[in-house]
Design a protein around this ligand. Structure first.
Ligand SMILES: NC(=O)c1ccc[n+]([C@@H]2O[C@H](COP(=O)([O-])OP(=O)(O)OC[C@H]3O[C@@H](n4cnc5c(N)ncnc54)[C@H](OP(=O)(O)O)[C@@H]3O)[C@@H](O)[C@H]2O)c1
Length: 344
């Protein structure tokens, strides 16, 4: 049995679900992949849960809530980097803190120090990747470790695995995606008759949209994803300000409904397309009229989808994948398994 130590940074929606998903799947992962994945520490902003051995649910929470005061496993002021230094190389950081698309922090510091300590990293947060992917990839290579981030690039919908592995040898000539479940859900409900405000409120009531939905409805979450997918699959170095972004906030219900009556749909489409000479690509996020024949036209509700246009494999479309913290946690787990599993 191969053992791998994990340190989880960020214990919000995704971090907590990841912690319990790993325990739910532990036996299966041991049987199928010969892997024992052990969460050795969980870092929050103010300190770490760390007891020197693999953490159980009782070490981190009480009554379903994180438990710090009076908890012998809670170390105020202790940092993920302290744990990594103590455990030595070979583990994997699981980065689930907030996505700050301007500074990249705190993910940038966590991931960089993991690499310096000889640890791999998987990320759900997008900030560090958007701000400094080329530098992080170089640092990972320098330290002989892996950086994977399926959870940051549409999570349970496979995007990078397809672009990098399944399409190997084919030239990618365009990418089109519905990459944000919240805005897609709002547009779908608008097509069914709700106005924008009603559709947003309904999504917030159901816990689909954040109380502050700006990143989703403003298009920035989709922009970060198309940027990361493009840069990774094309080995390019575009930056966030290269993406032209328009969100769905100003969209009229009449426009969405008339498209629907014609069998078409309005979608927040994130696209990457080669420029005229095929040199500089143009990256866009905007509400777009999608034709009835388009493979993404029936991607509704919180579902996501991506189409790769290629020279030798034609157009390849994937849709679906759970859009929730559980889907994101499952994508993190997939990346970890693929780092440590025996070659096949
Ligand atoms: N929710 C989803 O379905 C989903 C899907 C894919 C990707 N993502 C990405 O995954 C990440 C986590 O999402 P989420 O929904 O779990 O967000 P969240 O509930 O806001 O959790 C983020 C957590 O980060 C912690 N944090 C902030 N600064 C920290 C620091 N310096 N050290 C350690 N922890 C720190 C906060 O914990 P404290 O309590 O310690 O302040 C907070 O609980 C985000 O970047 C998001 O964009 C989310």
């Amino acid at each position: 049995m191969k053992r791998a130590a994990l340190v989880l940074t960020g214990f919000g929606n995704v971090g907590r679900v990841f912690f319990s998903l790993l325990r739910e799947k532990a036996d299966d992962i041991q049987k199928r992949y010969g892997l024992a994945l052990e969460t050795m520490a969980v870092a929050r902003a103010e300190g770490c849960f760390y007891s020197g051995g693999p953490l159980e649910g009782r070490h981190v929470s009480r009554g379903g809530e994180p438990w710090t005061k009076g908890n012998p496993s809670w170390r105020e002021g202790f940092r993920a980097t302290d744990v990594i230094a103590e455990l030595g190389p070979g583990g994997c950081l699981v980065e689930c803190t907030i996505s700050n698309l301007e500074t990249g922090e705190p993910g940038m510091s966590y991931i960089s120090s993991a690499f310096h300590g000889g640890w791999n990293a998987v990320a759900a947060s997008k900030g560090a990747l958007v701000v400094g992917l080329p530098a992080l990839r170089a640092l990972a290579a320098e330290n002989g470790v892996f950086l994977k981030f399926s959870a940051a690039t549409a999570a349970a919908l496979p995007t990078l695995d397809v672009g990098l592995v399944s399409l190997a040898g084919a030239r990618i000539e365009g990418i089109q995606g519905i990459l944000n479940g919240t805005s897609n859900c709002i547009l779908t409900r608008m097509g069914e008759g709700l106005d924008y405000t009603e559709a947003l409120r309904e999504a917030q009531d159901k816990g689909i949209a954040e109380p502050d939905p700006a990143a989703d409805v403003g298009g920035w979450d989709s922009a970060a994803k198309i940027l990361l997918i493009t840069n990774t699959c094309l080995d390019s170095t575009y930056v966030l300000k290269d993406v032209h972004v328009r969100g769905i906030t100003g969209i009229s219900v009449d426009f969405v409904q008339s498209a629907r009556r014609e069998g078409r749909a309005v979608k927040l489409l994130a696209t990457a397309a080669p420029g005229r000479q095929g040199v500089r690509w143009s990256l866009d996020v905007r509400p777009s009229l999608v034709e009835a024949s388009h493979p993404l036209v029936h991607v509704n509700g919180t579902e996501k989808g991506i189409t790769f246009l290629t020279d030798s494999m034609g157009s390849v479309t994937l849709t679906g994948g759970r859009s929730s913290p559980r889907g994101a946690a499952a994508a993190l787990l997939k990346d970890i398994i693929n780092i440590y599993r025996p070659p096949f």
